[in-house]
Every structure is written in C-alpha cells, then in structure tokens.
Design a protein around this ligand. Structure first.
Ligand SMILES: C[S@@+](CC[C@H](N)C(=O)[O-])C[C@H]1O[C@@H](n2cnc3c(N)ncnc32)[C@H](O)[C@@H]1O
Length: 373
C-alpha cells in the first residue's frame, strides 16, 4: 500500500472539524439536537448512584461550542439544587482537534461568554483528552456520566475507498458490507471501553447519526440528497479534468450510518461481550432535527436563495471539508484551497439557483445506557 493510500484510510490522522470556532459557529443544528436532550440528561443525572465526585465526559466534543450550553445547564441545575460536589469534565476528541478554542470557551475567553461555566461555578474542573474514543480514556470505574453527540459514526479506519460515490450511503453492496463490518467492530470497542470506564450505576447518553425507520439520514429526509450532491459536484471536477480519478476515490467519508438494529445489536443477548461487561440498554429511539438554516429561510419572506445557500453550504463545509482537502494531498496548499473553494462554490451556486428541497436535516439515534453492578 502506498504511504498516501495508507494515510487516507487511517482516519485518525486526517479527520478534524474546521478549527478556531468555525465548527460550532456554523453548526446550529448540532447544538439544537444536543439541547433537545436536556430532559433525558437531567433524568439520567438524577438517577446516578451516590458518588462523592461527579466525573462527566463529552466524547468527540470538537471545539466544545455546541455542548457548552447543555453542560452549563447541567452544572447550574446541580448547584441550584444545593449539590456542590466537585465536577470534573473530560472533553475527548482526536489529537488534531482544536482544544485551544475549547479551553478558551469554557474559561470565558471567547466572544460568547454566556455558558462559560468554568468561570461561573466553583469546584468545576475541565480536562482534555486527545485520544480516540475506541480506546479506554480514563481510569477504570471512574466515569459517572458519559455523553457523546454526532461523533461515533466515524469509523476508526476506512475498510476500503468508495469507488463511485463519496459516502457509504451511496456505496456498492460489497463496499457497504465492509463499512458495516468495520462499524460493528468499532461500536463494540467503543461500548467495551465505556463499560470499563463507567462506575457501577453510571449512565451514558449518546446521540449518533444513523438511518431511521424510514431510511432517512443526514441531508436526506425527502428533498435533495446532500451526499448525492457532494458526489455530483466532486465528479464534475473529475469530468472537467480539475481532479484525478484517484483523488475522486480518496474522498470517501470515513463514516458509517448505523441503523437502530445495528446500534442495539450488542445489547440483545445476555451473553454478548457488552452485556457481560455490565452495560444495559435503557432506551433507544430516532429523532429528526430540522435544518435551522432551511427553517429560517422558510420563515423569512425577505431572505433570498443566495443568502440561504450562503448559510447552508458553510454548515456542510464545517465537518466535510477535510475529507475533500485530504483527498488532494500532494498538491500545493493554495491549489487545494482553490479546488475545495470551487467545489463548495458549485454546490452553493446550485442551491442559490434552485433552493427547493435543499436542507441538512439531522437524523439521530438516541440511546441511554446504564452500567449495572
Ligand atoms: C460532527 S463533530 C460533533 C461535535 C460535537 N459533539 C457536536 O455534536 O457538535 C464529530 C467529532 O467527532 C470527532 N471524532 C471522530 N472520530 C473520533 C474518535 N475516534 N475519537 C474521538 N473523537 C472523534 C471529530 O474529530 C469531531 O470533532
């Protein structure tokens, strides 16, 4: 395998959200999805076993901006109830993540200070961990409450590149089967690592991208299919001779959208490794969160299609850009930027010219898991 190919299959070295706050500033839908879980999170925390220190973790937190209000709410609620126990929060992500913005946000050093909880409450300690969540990340039996949003659809390594599409949702049957196998092995590793970290009576709430009962998934909820549009515009660059066939193929997302059956499979039998490790599934359901940019466009008669497109495309860009820029590795940086700009520019022009059906609605599978004694 060539070094370039090996690197493109290894997601850990290349995957990251855009930094310097770009991710959370342009990902209002991810924040809406997290905020919608407050009742579930409040109940889970109320049901924790008695623990002298509350150790929380946010797995795959990116720059921390989308979950900051949720964590602020959790701590404010504890303190308002007179619960002054020490709270430790471990933010985890890949080593390439922008942890600097995250730490500044929690300390109130960014523009937005409303939810800078580390600054507002006593006895709250913020830590960072740059190791992927497929491994154990903290001492055994130490985690009270784990949380993860929109992160565990990333597979630890691409089992193959996708020849004629950019995502497993449009892959051939063989490619899709390979992604499903990788995702099943990864999911078991993720759960077993959490089982070791969690204290008895601890809880885990995860909301992950997936495919719902109606076959819907991110950017594919009835109108245009976002991943097909990515594929169309990437393919157009190949047809125009701007990128090579190899570069087209290398832009395969290192993601698998699991169905609810794939998510719940490790819990269905008492003799599975995950059940034996003490994890019990409390609940699992799917949820659609409307694209906030589409919602705003539909609610505002004065907004033109170009403004809508100018908001929708950056939200897709905040999490997808590294896939396309990494596929161009080996070219001069300025050339990569120009090609990637051309790619998103073409998609934006398409939406501006004909906005009907374009949206990035979110489809999540939401699960609550308990560690039993
Ligand atoms: C779409 S962002 C979600 C960020 C945030 N949790 C939210 O809901 O807005 C996905 C995050 O998962 C991280 N990620 C992907 N694979 C990971 C892994 N193996 N371990 C830890 N984080 C990972 C990415 O780096 C990225 O920051």
């Amino acid at each position: 395998m060539t070094e370039q190919k090996e690197q493109s299959l290894n997601t850990q070295s290349v995957l990251s959200m855009r930094g310097a706050g770009y991710y959370s500033q342009r990902t209002a839908g991810a924040k809406d999805a997290i905020d919608s879980l407050r009742p579930l999170i409040d109940t889970a925390i109320d049901q924790l076993a008695d623990m002298p220190v509350l150790r929380f973790a946010d797995f795959g937190a990116a720059d921390g901006g989308t979950s900051a209000e949720m964590w602020h709410h959790v701590i404010a609620r504890l303190r308002n109830k007179g619960d002054n126990r020490p709270v430790e929060i471990l933010y985890t992500d890949l080593p390439s993540n922008d942890f600097s913005t995250l730490f500044k946000t929690m300390q109130g050093m960014q523009e937005q200070t409303d939810f800078a909880y580390q600054d507002k409450f006593e006895n709250v300690f913020v830590h960072g961990c740059g190791t992927g969540f497929h491994r154990q990340l903290m001492a055994s039996n130490s985690l009270s409450f784990g949380f993860s949003a929109t992160a565990m659809h990333y597979v630890s390594a691409k089992p193959c590149e996708i020849a004629d599409h950019v995502h497993m949702v449009g892959a051939s049957q063989d490619e899709r089967t390979a992604f499903a196998a990788q995702a099943a092995a990864d999911w078991e590793r993720i759960l077993l690592a959490r089982a070791t970290e969690m204290m008895d009576g601890g809880r885990l709430v995860v909301m992950n991208f997936g495919i719902d009962e109606h076959g819907r998934y991110l950017g594919n909820t009835g109108g245009q299919n976002m991943f097909d549009r990515f594929c169309h515009h990437w393919c157009q660059l190949m047809d125009d001779g701007v990128i090579t066939r190899d570069e087209f193929i290398r832009a395969s997302f290192a993601q698998h959208y699991r169905t609810i059956d794939e998510f719940t499979a490790p819990f269905t039998t008492p003799d599975s490794a995950v059940s034996k490790a003490g994890l019990k599934l409390v609940s699992a359901r799917t949820q659609l969160t409307k694209c906030p940019y589409r919602k705003a466009f539909e609610a505002d008669d004065t907004m033109d299609a170009a403004s809508f497109a100018g908001q929708l495309i950056p939200t897709t860009r905040s999490w997808s850009e590294t896939v396309f820029s990494t596929a161009l590795a080996g070219r001069p940086a300025a050339e990569i930027t120009a090609i990637v700009d051309q790619f998103y520019g073409a998609y934006e022009a398409e939406v501006a010219a004909s906005p009907d059906g374009h949206a990035m609605d979110y489809i999540h599978i939401i699960m609550e898991i308990e560690k039993q004694a």
